[in-house]
Design a binder for this molecule. Structure first.
Ligand code: ZN
Length: 540
């Protein structure tokens, strides 16, 4: 299948219809005539095709088959609300958490992009979902992207998995299952089944659509949360207007990248939105977080059936909190509306200008890295074990929580001293999605965009697994520090992991060749001006 620039017309058969045998033709040998006849038949078929497709060619001929579907993955009231290192339970409901899936198929290869309203997705869930999808439809496991939105108001998909610490002693098991934030097997089952159903429905529904990618900017709702302090270190959330702040320690990425898919008559059927900001604007209760309001704005304009797949950018150090603002923070509800509403509005503005055509080819690459985990000092482990047996009030809540984490990490290292890190590159024409399972620092997202030769690059974090925070090497240096560099059972990869992930993702991207960016039909320069307007000023 060729991928025609939208608006360009295939060679027409009209020339052939006016053709009559010439003296040169009459003198040809039989073989020559045969070649011409067969060639003519082929051209005739092409001509018929081009006649039929002229109408399509006025806009664009859909070659890509695209399908969208979503399912509810809301937890039940009373289930855990993961997001911190301790247990918190859901008491109210705000809006549904969803699995939102998009399938793209160019006839040669097919991929699925899935945005999940969960804090994180752990590797066993990824594997079960992919295996079941592969059993039910022709999608390859490695062609499926499962990306957590990182909503801090979703269901218990992590942190600790059921059975994960069964190898450890009773005290460690108590800390893992009764103290730390723990996934719920009933929730995992619901979330995994709903996700498989969403992907398979999107696969079944796929049909020819025209697509396009565009970029907008939203630079007023996301902020880096790390600051260089007067003491020479870097702190996370030092507090609003803290006088010891010297400067912000990292960037943000204001780009809103949007892929849209329209029916040939111009109806938006679904879109993929990529933005970089922690989903920590908890509006109160079970919620997709600010992603809910983003979807609400897009559906408000394009209709309630549009599926909005959200892919989270590298926001390991980026949240909605502006530590440099002199004003009081809004409520969670207002904050969710502010971030989601503005990103959604920017997505609509972007969609309105996207030229539609065929995004091709579809392709994908993936690889896994084995990265060692950092190890706590054995003396520190011993000390922390003692602290966990004391009252948190006596020890101090923060000290106690991280003591628990040190003990859990020590137990984890006994069975899993290294982390398996899946990296994935998915291409949809001129767009490449570079996915990794880390809470990856924004600087790396920007470096992936700068290093990619694709016109559009979506670096996606917390995808296809979870390996915790992966900061820059600088954050581990003498002037580094902060929350994300703390050594826990959740975040513990070697300090070189960040660069390794970036370099490997770029290698994967470089194995792929970007497809063309669709353009609207061009016009030829007009030499006859508008007769009403082509006059000198009229004074009298
Ligand atoms: Zn986070």
């Amino acid at each position: 299948m060729t991928h025609q620039r939208p608006g360009s017309r295939p060679a027409s058969g009209r020339v052939l219809r006016g053709w009559r045998p010439s003296p040169a033709f009459r003198s040809l040998s039989f073989r020559g005539i045969l070649i011409i006849v067969v060639g003519g038949m082929i051209l005739g078929v092409l001509a018929g095709w081009s006649e039929k497709s002229l109408l399509w060619a006025e806009t664009a001929q859909p070659v890509l088959k695209v399908g969208f579907a979503e399912r509810d993955i809301s937890p039940e009231l009373g289930m855990e609300q993961p997001g911190g290192y301790g247990k918190v339970y859901h008491r109210t409901f705000h809006d549904p958490c969803k699995a939102r899936a998009a399938v793209f198929d160019d006839g040669q290869k097919a991929v699925a992009l899935v945005g999940l309203d969960v804090l994180i997705i752990r590797e066993p869930s990824v594997q079960r979902i992919r295996d079941e999808v592969a059993r039910r439809c022709a999608l390859k496991p490695e062609a499926i992207l499962l990306a957590a939105s990182h909503t801090h108001s979703g269901g218990p998909s992590g942190m600790v998995l059921p059975g994960e610490y069964d190898h450890a002693d009773d005290w460690v098991k108590h800390l893992a299952y009764e103290v730390a934030s723990t996934a719920d097997s009933r929730y995992l089952e619901k979330m995994e089944k709903a996700t498989v159903d969403a992907i398979c429905e999107a696969w079944e529904k796929r049909h020819p659509l025209v697509c396009g990618v565009g970029r907008g900017i939203e630079d007023k709702v996301a902020f880096n949360r790390r600051f260089r302090m007067k003491n020479g270190l870097t702190f996370t959330h030092p507090g609003q207007l803290n006088p010891d702040i010297v400067e912000v320690a990292g960037p943000t990425d204001p780009e809103v990248l949007v892929l849209g898919a329209w029916s040939p008559d111009g109806k938006l059927e679904g879109c993929v939105v990529h933005y970089t900001c922690h989903a920590t604007t908890n509006p109160g209760g079970i919620s997709a977080n600010w992603i809910y309001y983003m979807e609400k704005v897009i559906r408000g304009f394009y209709g309630p059936d549009v599926v909005v797949v959200f892919l989270q950018g590298c926001s390991g150090d980026v949240t909605q909190v502006d530590n440099l603002s002199p004003f009081q923070n809004p409520t969670g509800e207002e904050w969710a509306q502010r971030v989601g509403g503005r990103v959604g509005a920017e997505a609509v503005k972007t969609l309105l200008l996207i030229p539609r055509g065929n995004l091709a080819p579809i392709d994908y690459r993936s690889t896994t890295l084995t990265i060692p985990r950092r190890r706590p000092d054995p003396k520190r482990v011993e000390e922390c074990l003692g602290l966990t047996k004391k009252d948190p009030k006596e020890v101090g809540a923060t000290e106690w929580i991280f003591a628990v984490q040190t003990v859990l990490l020590d137990a984890k290292l006994k069975v899993e001293p290294e982390a398996t890190v899946e990296l994935q590159a998915i291409q949809i024409g001129p767009l490449v999605i570079l996915a990794n399972p880390a809470e990856y620092f924004c600087q790396y997202g920007l470096e992936l965009k700068a290093g990619s030769k694709f016109p559009y690059t979506m670096p996606v974090e917390l995808a296809n697994g979870c390996v915790g925070y992966v900061p820059t090497e600088e954050a581990f240096g003498p002037h580094g520090g902060g929350y994300e560099t703390r050594l826990t059972a959740y975040s513990n990869l070697d300090f070189k992991a960040g660069n390794q992930i970036r370099d490997t993702l770029l290698e994967l991207a470089h194995q792929l060749t970007p497809g063309p960016v669709p353009e609207p039909p061009r016009v030829t320069p007009v030499t006859t001006p508008w007769s009403y307007g082509a006059v000198p000023p009229n004074y009298h």
